[in-house]
Design a protein around this ligand. Sequence first.
Ligand code: SF4
Length: 663
Amino acid sequence: MSPFPYTGYAGKYLRVNLTTKDISIYDLPEEWAELYLGGNGIGTKILWDEVPPEVDPLSPENKLILATGPLCGGPMPNSSRVEFIAKSPLTGIYGDSNAGGCLGPELKFAGYDLVIFEGHSSSPVYLLIKDDLVELRDASHLWGLGGYETETWLQQELHDPQVKTVVIGPAGENLVRYAAIMVSFSRHAARSGMGAVMGSKNLKAIAVRGTRGIHLHDPIGLRDYSYKLHQILRKNEFFTGVKSFGTPGLVSLMNPMGRFPTKNFQYGSFEGFKEISGETLKQEHFVRDIACFDCPIGCDKTYSYVGEDNQEVKTFSVEYETLNSLGAGVLNRDLSTVLKGNVICDDLGMDTMSAGRAISFAMELAEKGILSTAEWDGLDLSWGNAHTILELLRRIAFKEGFLGNLLAEGAARAAKILGRNADRYAMHVKGQDISAQDGRAQQSMGLAHVTSSRGADHLKAFPVIDETGYPSEGVRRYGEKYMPELIDPLATRYKAFIVKDGEDFGAIVDSSGNCKSGGTFVMSEIYWKEQAKAIHLMTGMEIDEEKLKIIGERIYNLQRSYNAIHGISKSDDVLPWRMTQVPSPSGNAKGSICHLEIMLPQYYTLRGWDSDTGTPTTETLKRLGLEAIVDKLNESFRSGSGAQVRAALGWAEPYTGPVEDEL
Ligand code: SF4
């Protein structure tokens, strides 16, 4: 094979078979880069090729792909992100999760664009990557340890405080379906249960150290262009706010909109929001800013609180989502309980969003009398009970007792296990819990949750453009012609368009190694044109805005097709009844429901998906160069194999029955 033709890539990837302990180094096929770019795109391609529908996500046949993109490790602002891709144990369909920090650049500096893990080790191991040295090592002594202790131990064992770590905690070992991966102490790949995939393989950790550089196509041009974008970002009107407060700053913005889910989505505003706001968090607990590799923003923070025995406890990445899921979602206005819960989730290794939603689900079942007091395992399941919140998080991670075992499955599966009308109170789409965005208060976000390829999710389309109604970002991206409806959160017009555009662009950002919270989505300064130029300067690839749009569309259609061979169809593109049948009681959204019936058909038309099935048509797949997958997709429909897989996915069907008694 000829040398890899593009700079910016390492040009090599690793395949690690945990069953046989074989480790192989391969040349990165150039068509992977040309057709799928990197990270999320290449990971999707591998999942399609190597993990068929019949594979159980927690079996050795599932694969975990750790992947970087071409911008990762270069001088472009916010170019640090890595992707973890696998079939999700939570949803049973396509899954991925993304993390920042310095891991991605380090892997590239070690000489690898991606690592594919397959099989299952008979005993706990970790993978050490140190440039040419790549080996599996015994991790029996690490099994059972929390994330912080494991990372500290690895740095000490390897005598290297600079080593970048990827670890799971007990939740991943115990196969909690929303177990997270912890990346170098402060960052997390938390969604879709990627930590449980590591646990199922007996892979406790990955330690990476790289000392090589990356070749650049046009170093001077890239330096000048990156400098220019750094300067532009610093002048953006949102820069100071994002830098000062990070995502917690959103609490005070979202609450008056009625977009801040409260009491398991019964309300969209929380009376106690000030007590858990970004302003209060900063004033009372801020220690210092943290930034990922090459990021001028530094949206992440270290916070501290006084723990047991008057000891100072530090915690990181306290995000808007966590302030909601462990705050308003469970009707808790005590900020220190949120911080303590954040530490438990990080150390034991769980997604704070799904963990919090599982607890609010249980609290509502208790309120409605669906869970009898005998099933409360000695806890008080009253809303906002701090002891219960923290103790349940621990019991879930260790799968202790009836509730710990039940809630470790996630709300949607727990609802199916329980029966008893519990499905009414599981706030999910395709098995994944809905994050802190109420589609009644932001129509585009409601649509984004149902069209996301990994189940309910705000980050696939990330339609921040109409969140607050600020016109500047909308005009910067799309010009004046869609105003004012495009930026009106309650209007449905143009929302199918911005969701599709966001999903395609998001696929590119997640494949290039850039960050969605930085200049791409939140500030819209590094959009299609700028991404294309940066990728060209970095790699030498002849790429422009139009070619990049096709790649983004290709990736998203492949993810949808992957879900389609698992039997996912239009009938799964639904929100919980609370968002489509019950008018919002809160804030600016008062009286509003989410109008999927208007937006979804428009979205299918824009996508070129069949309006009856919600599946990419043969014509669309051929236009995107995906003709090779058409037969497999059609065969899945013809044989009914997809429908069989769908029937066994294990989460409760979305509740669509009468709701009068709930109004
Ligand atoms: S904006 Fe925040 S999450 Fe994104 S790269 Fe910068 S510090 Fe990391």
